[in-house]
Design a protein around this ligand. Structure first.
Ligand code: PLP
Length: 389
């Protein structure tokens, strides 16, 4: 075949993305081994019935056509109402653009703020697709580690030290994947101050906000930040709709207006019947409090069950779908730990180093299993910790 663009091989340069343990666990499970999968961030339950019914009704009612590029008006209005709640800033429909999933909202935020060769700062530990999203824009980026010893809270001084003359944006994620850290107002104020002083965009990924209760703080609400913050949001986690691919970006009206052209050349708008179901789910909060209660309950069950395990320290783990365990006292090489845990106790967990150096020596446990399975996993982990040498 003719030569592909170099941009494609640049998105994931090594071809290795840290998911090897996860894929091995999945293969072994499919082959019949009693593996507990704690490596994946997808719900173990279905989308709420009311949302499914709304979609079926929309399909039967003939909603099969192209939709407006930034989203149908009722959907944008419903998303704006949620953004008002999520960020604490009054938001109107012209300040949001609907996208197929939070990932496309993130892609739009990066494409909208960075030119080829511009520089961004990404706070780590980070969600695995972040580096590739910057590479797809041919932008340069520096990873700034939020340290485990700070509970994975980001430090503005560390971000300031990584600034370059061509830095245009900072990307953060709260509540955080993989650490479960919920960034404090104080941490965010430091970052906001920096963004204002250096005229930077702040790209704020808040897709897990409903899983942090009242602890969630959006930097968009801080003084002077609404005009320079783009908030990535999604129905995947909050509304139990990972496979539906629906999310949105919130920001200044002028930026959102520009991004409509990106929807034109990428998605050409959202799926019609999915949009209609999403309106119902957003307007009625279908599943939101049940899902939040489920994960908050599971986090407590798991953390209580491993409490007192001397060699394992919990870091972050205040909100979202994951907990982060510091296993350095047992085995500093987290990949080695994760493989050994899979072999000995049949638990699939993600090595922390897959998410950046700050999480090296940690493993990420996903709470996407019912309480009894999490308790079983905690027991297996306890046995593993006492016998590993
Ligand atoms: N941001 C973070 C931090 C995530 O963990 C995910 C998915 O796991 C996404 C964005 C993308 O979510 P989606 O594209 O399903 O909305």
């Amino acid at each position: 075949m003719p030569k592909p663009s170099s941009r494609m091989s640049g998105i994931l340069p090594s071809g290795k993305d840290g998911w090897e343990v996860h894929f091995a666990a999945m293969t072994r499970k499919q082959a019949g081994e009693p593996i507990i999968m704690l490596s994946v961030g997808d719900h173990d339950f279905d989308t709420p019935t009311e949302t499914i019914e709304a979609c079926v009704k929309a399909v039967r009612s003939g909603y099969h056509h192209y939709t407006q590029l930034p989203g149908i008006p009722r959907l944008r209005a419903a998303m704006a109402a949620i953004s008002t709640r999520c960020t604490g800033v009054e938001t109107n429909a012209d300040q949001v653009i609907a996208t197929p999933g939070g990932q496309l909202a993130l892609y739009a935020a990066v494409q909208g703020t960075l030119d080829k060769g511009d520089h961004a700062i990404v706070v780590a530990p980070y969600y695995a697709t972040y580096p590739g999203t910057f590479r797809a824009a041919e932008a340069d980026f520096t990873v700034v580690e939020a340290s485990a010893d700070d509970g994975f809270q980001p430090r503005a001084e560390a971000i300031a030290a990584a600034l370059k003359p061509n830095t245009k944006a900072v990307l953060i994620n709260t509540p955080n994947n993989p650490t479960g850290a919920v960034y404090s107002r104080q941490s965010l104020e430091g970052i906001a101050d920096l963004c204002i002083r250096h005229d930077l965009w702040l790209l704020s990924d808040e897709v897990y906000w409903t899983l942090a209760g009242e602890h969630h703080v959006s930097p968009r609400a801080l003084p002077g930040m609404a005009e320079r913050t783009l908030v990535i949001n999604s129905m995947s986690k909050s509304h139990g709709m990972t496979g539906w691919r629906i999310g949105w970006l919130t920001g200044p009206e002028a930026m959102i207006g520009l991004l409509v052209s990106l929807n034109l050349v990428t998605t050409y708008g959202l799926t019609d019947f999915v949009s209609r179901a999403a309106v119902e789910a957003l307007e009625n909060d279908y599943g939101v409090s049940e899902i939040a209660d489920t994960y908050n309950g599971r986090r407590k069950v798991f953390l209580d069950a491993i409490h007192g395990l001397n060699d394992i320290t919990v870091r972050g783990s205040e909100g979202g779908m994951y907990v982060m365990l510091d296993v350095r006292a047992i085995e500093p090489d987290d990949e080695k730990f994760a493989w050994a845990l899979l072999d000995a106790e049949k638990i699939g967990a993600m090595p922390g180093s897959s998410f950046g150096d700050a999480a090296a020596g940690h493993i990420r446990i996903s709470l996407c299993q019912p309480d009894d399975v999490l308790l079983d996993a905690a027991n297996r982990l306890r046995r593993f910790a006492s016998s590993y040498r």
